[in-house]
Every structure is written in structure tokens, then in C-alpha cells.
Design a protein around this ligand. Structure first.
Ligand code: CU
Length: 166
């Protein structure tokens, strides 16, 4: 539960910063509104997309998925709007070099969260629509092994820092 607590606290902190201005407009990427069709107990947060520095190269997406309750699941696929194709990757060390490899399923247990972060697990985005721009937002959909889906808005942030590895 401790990890979940930290995730929730992080989300609240972001919410506070984002809602600092007087009219309380909905904030894209905020966990509360971001998971309209998540299975019970599952929450997506911190979804963001990094564009490639050079058009035509892959982008990358990161997010955190947590499960407060319910049966163990595994993440089967992650789709991102405006990306033609995606792959789940993990970063590994081979000798002295860092590289990455595709993964097919990532387990998610009750009371745990899985973070997709730079230097760790991430979603590679191939055939990105060149119309996608900095500060746009796109829908990110996580599909679990049983067919359940969870969605969040992913904000387009900086350029892809993992690009050199491909
Ligand atoms: Cu990768």
C-alpha cells in the first residue's frame, strides 16, 4: 500500500499545482478524470509522450499504472493515439552498455504499481503522426490480459531521450 500512497500523494501534488488558477478547469492527464473506463481498483497516472528529436524516428510514452485491489493482472498492450504501432520495452544492461528489448506481458499485482519511466520500462511509438506537436495531448490505452482497458490523456512533453538506443 505504501507505493500506492506515494502515487496518490504525487497525483494530489500535481493536482494542486495544476489547479492553482481560480477557475477550476479540468486538467488533462489528471488521474481522477483520466481513467473513465479503468477496471475497479486500477488507476493510470502521469501519462506523457516524448516526441522524437528527428521526425520519423520513434517517440516514447511513459505512465504509472497502479492497482489498489482486485485480481492480479498483466499489461498485454499499450496503444497511443496518433502512433501507428507501439512496443512495450524494458531497459537492460548488456555488459557496460544500456540497451532495450521488447516485453510481451508486465505483471501488475494488487497493492502495487508499475512505473514506465526513462531508463526503465517504456512504450516505443512507431509511425507517429507528424501532426502531433509539443503540448498536444493524446489518449493512451492500456489493455490487460483479460481484455479490460484503462485510458488516460497523455501530454506531449519534451523530445525522446531514449532515441540514441535505437
Ligand atoms: Cu525502447
Amino acid at each position: 500500500m505504501r507505493i500506492i500512497g506515494m502515487v496518490l500523494a504525487g497525483g494530489m501534488l500535481l493536482g494542486l499545482v495544476a489547479c492553482g488558477e481560480a477557475p477550476k478547469a479540468p486538467v488533462e492527464g489528471e488521474a481522477v478524470e483520466a481513467a473513465p473506463e479503468a477496471p475497479p481498483g486500477v488507476m493510470l497516472s502521469d501519462a506523457r509522450v516524448q516526441l522524437p528529436a528527428v521526425s520519423g524516428r520513434p517517440g516514447v510514452a511513459y505512465f504509472t499504472v497502479s492497482q489498489a485491489s482486485g485480481p492480479p493482472r498483466s499489461i498485454a498492450a499499450v496503444a497511443v493515439e496518433m502512433a501507428g504501432r507501439t512496443e512495450m520495452h524494458e531497459t537492460i544492461k548488456v555488459g557496460e552498455a544500456m540497451t532495450m528489448r521488447p516485453v510481451v506481458a508486465i505483471p501488475l499485482e494488487s497493492g502495487k504499481s508499475v512505473e514506465f519511466v526513462p531508463g526503465g520500462k517504456h512504450i516505443m511509438l512507431f509511425d507517429l503522426d507528424p501532426k502531433l506537436r509539443f503540448q498536444d495531448s493524446v489518449e493512451l490505452t492500456v489493455t490487460f490480459d483479460g481484455g479490460d482497458k484503462a485510458t488516460a490523456r497523455a501530454k506531449v512533453t519534451t523530445v525522446n531521450t531514449m532515441e540514441g538506443m535505437h
